[in-house]
Design a protein around this ligand. Structure first.
Ligand code: FVH
Length: 296
C-alpha cells in the first residue's frame, strides 16, 4: 500500500508470532499501511502477500517508521535484543510484549534515555479475539499519555484501548492482577470438577453451565471489596460475613475428603479466612484478607 494514498496512521510491527500476526491482520484489514519484521523471516511472507511491507532488520523498520513502532515479542529480553542498535531517537514505541511492572518501568526509562517516547501495553485477549470488538478483548496501556492520545485510533483497531496511568508499569500490573484473579478462578473450577467427577449420573455440560452462571453472579463481589477498601469500613454492605464463610469451609473440606479430592487448591485461602476471624473480624467481608496478604 502506498503510504501517501491513505490518511490512516502507518504502523510498524516487530514480532509476528500468533499474537503479532493477528495484530498485523487487523491493521491491514482496517487499511493502515503496515511495515513488519520478524526474526524468522518466513512468518512475514503471508502478510506481505496481504499488503504488508516487509523489512530485513528491526533497525530498518524503526528507521522508516512514521507512526507507532509496536513490539509484540516473547518477553522483555527479546525486546532488548531486537531494539539493540536501532536508532530510537524521536520514535514512538508501543510495547505489547508481556512484561512485569518492573520490566516495563525499566524499559520505559531505557527508551527515554535513547530519545524515544514509550507506552507499555498488556493484552487482555487471545489471538482469535483480535480485530473482533464483539469478543470484548482490550489492551491496558500506561506511560506517555500524549503518545496514547496521538495513536489511540490506530491502537483501537485490534482491540479496545484502556489507559491506566502514566506509570509505565501500571498496564503490566493491571494485566497481571487480572490474570492472577483468573488463576484463582481456574483453581476453583478445577476443584469443582474434581468433586463432581466420580458422579457418573451428573451431566458435565449441564454442570459447566451451572458453574459458569454461579461464577458470573459471584464476580460482582469485586465491587464490594473495592468499596470496603476505599471506605476503610470492612463491614460495609456485608451480606455474607467471614465467620459464616469460614464455618462453611469445614463442610467444603469434609466433602472434598468424602469425594477423594485433594483440597490443596482451597486450603491456603481458607487459612487466611480462619486467621482473620481469629483476630476478631468475623463480621467483615473479604477486604480484611487483602490486608492480611500484604502483611505476610
Ligand atoms: N498468544 C496469546 O494468547 C497471548 C495473549 C496475551 C498476550 N500474549 C503476549 O503477547 C506476546 C507475543 O505472544 P505470541 O502469542 O505472539 O507469542 P509467540 O507466538 O510465541 O511469538 C513470539 C514472538 O517473539 C519472537 N521472538 C522470540 N524471541 C525473540 C528474540 N530473542 N529476538 C527477536 N524475536 C524474538 C518470535 O520470533 P520467531 O520465533 O518467529 O523468530 C515471535 O515473533 C507475548 O509477550 C505474550 O505473552 C499473547
Amino acid at each position: 500500500m502506498d503510504l501517501h494514498t491513505t490518511s490512516k496512521t502507518p504502523v510498524t510491527l516487530l514480532g509476528l508470532g500468533d499474537m503479532g500476526t493477528a495484530l498485523a491482520r487487523s491493521w491491514l484489514a482496517a487499511g493502515h499501511p503496515l511495515t513488519v519484521w520478524n526474526r524468522t523471516p518466513r512468518k512475514a511472507a503471508p502478510l506481505a502477500a496481504e499488503g504488508a511491507r516487509t523489512v530485513a532488520t528491526p533497525a530498518e523498520a524503526v528507521a522508516s517508521a512514521q507512526g507507532p513502532v509496536v513490539l509484540c515479542l516473547l518477553d522483555d529480553a527479546s525486546v532488548g535484543e531486537t531494539l539493540d542498535g536501532a536508532g530510537l531517537s524521536g520514535k514512538d514505541l508501543v510495547n505489547l510484549t508481556t512484561s512485569t511492572p518492573a520490566e516495563a518501568q525499566r524499559r520505559a526509562h531505557w527508551a527515554e534515555e535513547r530519545g524515544a517516547r514509550f507506552l507499555d501495553g498488556g493484552i487482555m485477549a487471545v489471538p482469535p479475539m483480535i480485530g473482533r470488538p464483539e469478543t470484548g478483548g482490550y489492551v491496558f496501556y500506561s506511560g506517555d499519555p500524549d503518545l496514547f492520545a496521538r495513536h489511540r485510533a490506530a491502537l483501537e483497531v485490534p482491540a479496545g484501548a484502556t489507559f491506566v496511568g502514566e506509570d509505565p508499569g501500571h498496564a503490566a500490573l493491571h494485566d497481571i492482577a487480572l490474570l492472577s484473579a483468573m488463576t484463582g478462578m481456574f483453581a476453583g473450577i478445577t476443584h469443582a470438577f474434581a468433586l463432581m467427577s466420580p458422579e457418573k449420573d451428573v451431566d458435565r455440560a449441564r454442570f459447566a453451565a451451572l458453574l459458569a452462571g454461579w461464577l458470573g453472579a459471584m464476580s460482582t463481589a469485586t465491587h464490594g471489596v473495592a468499596a470496603q477498601l476505599e471506605s476503610g469500613d470492612y463491614t460495609e454492605g456485608v451480606t455474607s460475613n467471614l465467620a459464616m464463610m469460614a464455618a462453611a469451609n469445614d463442610s467444603f473440606l469434609a466433602t472434598a475428603g468424602d469425594q477423594g479430592v485433594d483440597p490443596r487448591l482451597l486450603t491456603p485461602f481458607m487459612e487466611l479466612m480462619r486467621r482473620r476471624v481469629a483476630q476478631g473480624h468475623g463480621d467483615e467481608g473479604l477486604a480484611g484478607l487483602v490486608d492480611l496478604l500484604r502483611s505476610a
